[in-house]
Design a protein around this ligand. Structure first.
Ligand code: G4P
Length: 546
């Protein structure tokens, strides 16, 4: 009997060991990241080229082809098609060099910045695309702020070197100043615009010669022993000397590339290339796969969760509505953080205290969806949802914790929602509830009176809400502008808060989770409130909640 028990125990232990080894090797294979940029810098083109290298799409130089462009941006929503901008955040998965790459696409339009911020909570690193003609643009600064807040490792790709752009030294100075991060050039352009000859790869002392070509991958890579090699003069003629001087300066000023600095989000390696011409992309992809972090440990409300823990956990970072306008189905995007997600296995929905299983979870393969049986840390799983999920919801194998770091930011534009058809009040309530669960905008209610204020980062969302309420929920509304400056979540001494509310009733609302929010009209009013109420803390992100 003892012997049999012993054998069972040994088998169980061996299975546990195999599972752990399997989990570890799956995690080490994965790289989950987002490409971010100001609109038009070349994010879509770069994404396509990565997909091309990964064999996930077959047509090179396809940025002009709407078909592929659509596949690369997952153009699900009718409104998005109408406007031709990428409202959606989609996921593209492919394999390259034994690694499984998950690219999370982000909407470029600034009105959807909050969507991008949330996507950044689901990735382990970022590639930032900069247009060499335009340099660092405003939106890029804000996106980088979010990366810095989260210490996300960033690689910078300076795109469009085939165009007459800015001086590369000016560009990297600007990166350091505006983005507040140390940079380290990994490659260096030899001239630019019409005179562009190629890039010198500082990390392996080779020259990649440029040939404008949108469909072929440049093969002219010339290795040199060092920069004194006479071959350099043969290849580059008068530009050889300039390159020698530039590289000497870079090595003197920037020192060695330190991977730890990159992984801690303190230093950004910089690459130059041209996405449209397939130039410098393979090098970028390969270096990215070498240095970018695999799925990392994550902080939850209770403890740090390691990716190779045996028990599954994950969180919802995006909800996508109405793939088929005839049905009101939604897709929740789940980022797996630990263990193994399995189809048809019961998992614990922490907020609702409810166990749920998923019969048709799917994975995203460039332009199609595939049924998924298992997923590991770093993967993004699409779950059909009938209204159970909100952004930030956590699924576990039973443990009660919520993942941190999925904040709502104070909106910038506020409007009051006015119902235009009292017969359709229920539809309007349901519609606005569901749309704000998806994260389209933030909803604040005022009690008593049930007035509803909508807060967004851009005007476009109001049009999206109006359009969708009408088309999906058969409800009509209009918006009246309200002059608020910031929404501030309040915490602190209960008596002080009660007292504050008494005097500010018309500016006090509740968010969707019943947290108290103060809508301040001006920065002066907010500062005065802060000074006069030392026992109350005013927060401009909802992060404090978890
Ligand atoms: P986005 O997703 O960041 O908004 O940018 P996207 O890739 O759509 O690129 C914006 C424009 O820049 C596109 O031109 C694209 O062809 C061009 N582009 C991208 N990479 C390069 C490059 O390396 N060199 C040059 N010269 N141009 C580049 P478009 O005319 O606006 O669109 P399309 O008609 O080509 O689709």
């Amino acid at each position: 009997m003892v012997a049999i028990t012993f054998i069972f125990l040994a088998i169980a232990k061996h299975k546990y060991y195999l599972r752990t080894v399997n989990l570890k090797s799956e995690i080490l294979k994965r790289k989950t990241f987002a490409i971010i940029s100001h609109p038009d810098a070349g994010k879509t083109t770069l994404t396509e080229k990565f997909l091309l290298f990964g064999g996930a799409i077959q047509t090179a130089g396809a940025v002009k082809s709407n078909k592929i462009k659509k596949a690369a941006t997952s153009d699900f929503m009718e409104i998005e098609k109408q406007r031709g901008i990428s409202v959606a955040t989609s996921v593209m998965t492919f394999e390259y060099g034994g690694k499984l790459v998950n690219i999370l696409d982000t909407p470029g339009h600034k009105d959807f910045a909050e969507d991008t911020y949330r996507t950044l909570t689901a990735v382990d690193s970022v590639i930032l695309v900069i247009d060499c003609v335009k340099g660092v643009e405003e939106q890029t600064e804000r996106l980088m702020e979010v990366c810095r807040m989260r210490q996300t490792p960033v690689i910078v790709f300076i795109n469009k070197v085939d165009r007459d752009g800015r001086d590369p030294f000016d560009l990297i100075d600007e990166l350091e100043q505006k983005l507040n991060i140390k940079v380290r050039p990994m490659s260096w352009p030899i001239n630019g615009g019409r005179e562009f000859k190629g890039v010198y790869k500082i990390y392996d002392k080779s020259i990649n010669l440029f040939e404008a070509n949108k469909t072929k991958i440049s093969k002219d890579i010339v290795r040199i022993d060092d920069l004194t090699d006479p071959l350099l003069d043969e290849l580059l003629d008068k530009d050889a000397e300039k390159l020698r001087q530039d590289v000497e300066l870079i090595e003197g000023v920037y020192g060695d590339f330190k991977i730890e600095e990159y992984l801690e989000g303190r230093e950004a390696p910089v690459f130059f290339g041209s996405a449209l011409n397939n130039f410098g992309i393979k090098e970028l992809l390969e270096k990215f796969l070498e240095i970018a972090p695999f799925p990392q440990a994550r902080q939850s409300s209770e403890r740090q969760v390691e990716p190779d823990e045996n028990k599954f956990s994950g969180f919802i970072f995006k909800i996508h509505a109405n793939l088929d306008p005839r049905h009101r189905d939604r897709i929740a995007f789940l980022r797996v953080c630990s263990g193994e997600f399995e189809r048809n296995k019961f998992f614990h929905h922490v907020r609702l205290h409810k166990n749920m299983k998923f019969a048709s979870p799917f994975t995203f393969m460039a332009d199609s969806k595939e049924l998924l049986e298992h997923a590991f840390a770093g993967d993004v799983v699409g779950l059909y949802d009938t209204g159970n999920f909100k952004i930030g919801d956590t699924l576990t194998e039973g443990e009660d914790f919520m993942y941190k770091g999925i904040p709502s930011f104070s909106p910038e534009i506020f409007k009051e929602l006015i119902n235009l058809d009292p017969m359709k009040s229920k539809q309007l309530e349901k519609g606005i509830e569901q749309l704000t669960d998806e994260g389209v905008a933030q909803l604040y209610r005022q009690e008593p009176g049930n007035r509803k204020f909508i807060g967004t980062v851009g005007e476009l969302q109001f049009e999206v809400i109006q359009y969708r309420l009408e088309n999906e929920y058969n409800a009509k509304c209009r918006f009246e502008p309200r002059n608020f400056y910031k929404a501030c979540w309040m915490t602190g001494d209960a008596d002080a808060i009660v007292e504050f509310i008494k005097f500010r009733q018309k500016n006090i609302v509740k968010d969707k989770d019943d947290n108290l929010v103060f809508l301040a009209e001006t920065s002066w009013i907010l500062n005065t409130a802060i000074q006069q109420n030392p026992k109350i803390e005013f927060h401009t992100t909802s992060e404090f909640k978890v």
